[in-house]
Design a protein around this ligand. Structure first.
Ligand code: S3P
Length: 172
């Protein structure tokens, strides 16, 4: 079975969808951010603050490759920036993976992230207006990388079940 990779901007629902999908198909889910945190025994916020973003991006790449080298089936939830650094976007096209971009609009992302930003160093200190401007630019810059995924699912108007259903249809 191919490894399933879920990607997309912060707040698009990667972990929520991955957990549901994991239950449905009985394949374990590994969240890349959590994998990194366990490996270096530091949370993402602290890695950014003490070591800097570039250090984080190197770790993120190494851990992504490590997960891709697992031999057992797995669902991998990437961080929002993972596809945009090193050659990670090329890895989304590997034959042994099935990569799915969970595509959300700026408005959906802003409303979800304004409730949940404290552990996300890139947006933690922004108010809603600043966040909207930041996300609009950032999403535009990142879209090229996200669009390298093999499949794309628009999540805005969908329930979790519907999105999981679309991914199951891709897998079928
Ligand atoms: C980041 C997204 C975060 C985390 C880090 C950087 C990004 O993951 O990897 O804060 O660059 O978009 P989530 O998308 O799971 O929040």
């Amino acid at each position: 079975m191919k490894k399933i990779i879920l990607l997309g901007y912060m707040g698009c629902g990667k972990s929520t969808i991955a957990k549901e999908l994991s239950k449905k198909i009985a394949v374990p889910f590994i969240d890349l951010d959590e994998f990194i945190e366990k490996k270096v025994k530091m949370d993402i916020k602290t890695i950014f603050a003490e070591k800097g973003e570039i250090h984080f991006r190197k770790l993120e790449h190494e851990c992504f490759v490590e997960l891709l080298n697992l031999t057992e089936p797995v669902i991998i939830g990437l961080g929002g920036g993972t596809p945009c650094y090193a050659n990670n976007h090329e890895l989304l096209k590997r034959e042994d993976v099935l990569s799915v971009y969970l595509k959300a609009s700026i408005d959906t992302l802003v409303s979800r992230l304004s409730l949940n930003k404290s552990n996300r160093p890139l947006i933690a200190n922004k108010n809603d207006v600043e966040m909207k401007e930041f996300i609009a630019t950032h999403l535009f810059e990142r879209s090229y990388y996200y669009n390298q995924a093999q499949y794309s699912v628009a999540v805005d108007e969908q329930t979790i079940e519907q999105t999981v259903g679309e991914i199951l249809a891709i897998l079928a």
